[in-house]
Design a protein around this ligand. Structure first.
Ligand SMILES: [Zn+2]
Length: 169
């Protein structure tokens, strides 16, 4: 088990086979920061790099920790626990994507050494809810009743539109 470096040659490391474990400060996840209320804390990250029986270089990883998003109902902080696992097939270019086994998500490695924080950021982004909301009125600082979900009030009933068309004919 090795300490997690800031940058890593992914394909060379996968060819050799290594397990890395460490902590990444939330403040270092540049791509996630715009979605967060707080940049405090750390995520625990474990990465397994290796080559499978088909010769595919892979990066399998796990991320654990917490981040604080903004609840879109009360606009206060909302803690999201993270427990993510991912399996990335490392590709030198996009042409190999079609051959990649279904058990991997493709990662086209364009720049080596890669920043570990960017890979972790991308995985965390995939796990974010589209609209973060506290689960219940106990947690949320805004009354549920006061919250009106955004609605398209202009939307016409499709049948009403049809009826209107008939009138026009
Ligand atoms: Zn809330």
């Amino acid at each position: 088990m090795d300490h997690l470096p800031e940058r890593l040659d992914l394909i060379a490391t996968a060819e050799a086979g290594r397990v890395l474990r460490g902590r990444i400060p939330v403040a270092g996840l540049q791509r996630v920061l715009p979605s967060l209320v707080s940049d405090e804390g750390e995520l625990q990250v474990e990465l397994h790099l290796g080559k499978d029986l088909d010769g595919t270089c892979f990066l399998a990883g796990a991320i654990q920790g917490e981040i604080v998003l903004r609840c879109q109902r009360c606009m206060e902080g909302m803690t999201l626990p993270l427990e993510l696992e991912f399996r990335l097939g490392l590709l030198r270019d996009e042409s190999a994507m079609g051959k990649l086994s279904d058990c991997y998500e493709p990662l086209v490695v364009t720049a080596e050494p890669a920043y570990i924080a960017d890979i972790v950021s991308d995985e965390v982004l995939l796990a974010l809810p589209i609209v973060p909301l506290h689960k219940g009125s106990d947690e949320c600082n805004a009354s549920i009743k006061a919250y009106k979900p955004p609605q398209d009030e202009q939307r016409d009933n499709p049948f009403a539109v049809l009826a209107e068309l008939k009138h026009k004919q």
